[in-house]
Design a protein. Structure first.
Length: 276
């Protein structure tokens, strides 16, 4: 972690990641970079569908391979790099056939290490190795795990997170997710051994509003500060209580403890234990 001297009120308590301890390359590989169009939370008709998005510094999107289904050949880690679109670090791999690609960097992965993606039972399960969940022992922590075979990694991708293999039965594997949910997935789904890099990200103190604007996050206005036409909590002469027994969001839906998951969701049958 990097802590700043309190030269101003916003600097007091501000902290960040000391990237020079982990990053080995300053610039990404141009062939693995593209530019995403920023939409500022708006849909194709220009209406805001996701609030509090917009602005931010310009950034390039790194083409991260979440499937790693290329082949069973071994790859060597060339660099550990920063990715502005995610909280975790990424690793650039050099395959034996000369191709290069980015993957999520797990904790402990270093330049020069070898990483393998194999469908069959591998000879070793080192950090970063990727294989089907049926080949990984119960109790192992994995990341970048698929929810459906061939879909690509969907869970366990944020900085410092991991998914625990809790049980295996009847062609399915029980996964303990970071949210506390226990979910069943097919044992032919792929997962990578280890936890995601950059666990210190959870301890970062933003410190000032401008730093959030750099990240593309716009301010959040309280409902009580709005007019009645804009929010159920709005209106009143001066500062008033919300005037409702239970809080609501801007569209009248209940908040603070109200379950929002649909009872008709098809994936409910795969949830062994609800999230906490």
């Amino acid at each position: 972690m990097k802590f700043y001297r309190p030269t101003s009120p916003s600097r007091r308590g501000m902290s960040g990641i000391e990237y020079r301890k982990f990053i080995t390359a300053r610039e990404p590989l141009k062939s693995l970079v593209t530019r995403l169009k920023t939409k500022s939370g708006r849909n194709n008709s220009g209406r805001i569908t996701v609030r509090h998005q917009g602005g931010g510094v310009k950034r390039n999107y790194r083409l991260v391979d979440f499937k790693q289904l290329g082949s069973a050949q071994t790859a060597t880690v060339e660099t550990i790099e920063y990715d502005p679109y995610r909280t975790a670090f990424i690793a650039r791999l050099l395959y034996k056939n000369g191709q290069r690609g980015y993957i999520l960097a797990p904790q402990g992965l270093k330049v020069g290490d070898e990483v393998m993606s194999h469908q069959d039972n591998p000879t070793a399960l080192n950090t970063g190795h990727r294989t089907q969940l049926k080949n990984i022992p119960v109790g192992t922590f994995v990341h970048n795990v698929e929810l459906r075979p061939g879909q690509g990694g969907r869970v366990g991708r944020a900085a410092g997170t991991s998914v625990k293999i809790m049980a295996r039965e009847g062609g399915y594997v029980n996964l303990g997710l970071p949210s506390g949910e226990v979910r069943k997935v097919q044992e032919t789904c792929f997962g990578s051994v280890g936890a995601v890099s950059n666990p210190e990200n959870a301890m970062v103190t933003i410190g000032k509003a401008g730093r959030m604007r750099y990240l593309g996050v716009r301010p959040t206005v309280r409902g009580t500060a709005m007019n009645p036409v804009d929010h159920p909590h709005g209106g009143g002469e001066g500062k008033q209580p919300r005037g409702l027994r239970r809080p609501k969001n801007a569209w009248g839906k209940g908040t603070r403890g109200v379950k929002t998951r649909s009872r008709k969701n098809r994936s409910n049958i795969f949830i062994v234990q609800r999230r906490k």
